[in-house]
Design a protein around this ligand. Sequence first.
Ligand code: CTP
Ligand SMILES: C[C@](O)(CO)[C@H](O)COP(=O)(O)O
Length: 243
Amino acid sequence: MSQAPWLIVPAAGSGLRMGANRPKQYLRLAGRTVMWHTLQRLHSVFPEARLCLCLDPRDSCFEPDVVPFARWQRIAGGGERADSVLHALEWIAAEEGDEQALVLVHDVARPCVTAEDLMRLHDAVDADAVGGLLAAPVADTMKRDDGAGRVASTEQRAGLWHALTPQGFRLGLLRDALMDARRAGRGMTDEASAVEAMGLSPRLIPGRRDNIKITHPDDLALAEQILAAQASGPHTAAREESC
Ligand SMILES: Nc1ccn([C@@H]2O[C@H](COP(=O)(O)OP(=O)(O)OP(=O)(O)O)[C@@H](O)[C@H]2O)c(=O)n1
Ligand SMILES: C[C@](O)(CO)[C@H](O)COP(=O)(O)O
């Protein structure tokens, strides 16, 4: 592996859609917290990385012992996810002289990301002139609603992908892209969309569909099942006896 990347983990959200009594990154998952699992997954592949962990300044749940990295920095989160990421990029830019340094951004709410996907993402974006993101092709038919609980239209599924994380870009490009988006007042829900707004096309790196973002209450039980399945080893339909 080339030089270890910078890691930004946005973890300053409040988890409103989860509706729990604490931010979802502090909910129990397979005997630990969601944050513990996510940081362990990242550390297992990038032990030498420098981590920027974006936390709400009012966060009273965070315990530094959860961080396995030797080099890490607490970053004050912002109003939106993109603001939190930009705060981290500005801190990194002040520390890092190389604007070409590789930065990977991964949601704390995605604890099921596998080492294989992390390595494949890193190698692909490290070799790409623009950067890219893990993504999963849409398998369901997608409907757009009419605002009144009925179908307005069916979206073309071909070529449609779920954007996942990590998303990886060069420090200077990503900082400039997010600053441009902020100046233009464009709400960005991921890093790639800010880079797209600069007229660039990030690479789509196919990733596992079990790299879910814990967002709603039923996602926690699903994540438990995914972690258990991952621990039991790879499952391939081909291994099943024919019926
Ligand atoms: N101002 C914010 C908002 C979100 N995030 C982080 O961005 C990731 C994806 O955001 P999301 O799933 O929307 O988390 P929340 O904002 O906590 O959820 P909700 O929208 O339901 O409140 C999460 O890891 C979250 O902690 C962040 O760092 N700073
Ligand atoms: C970055 C992301 O996880 C890609 O799917 C997603 O956009 C985060 O969105 P959220 O509304 O901040 O959860």
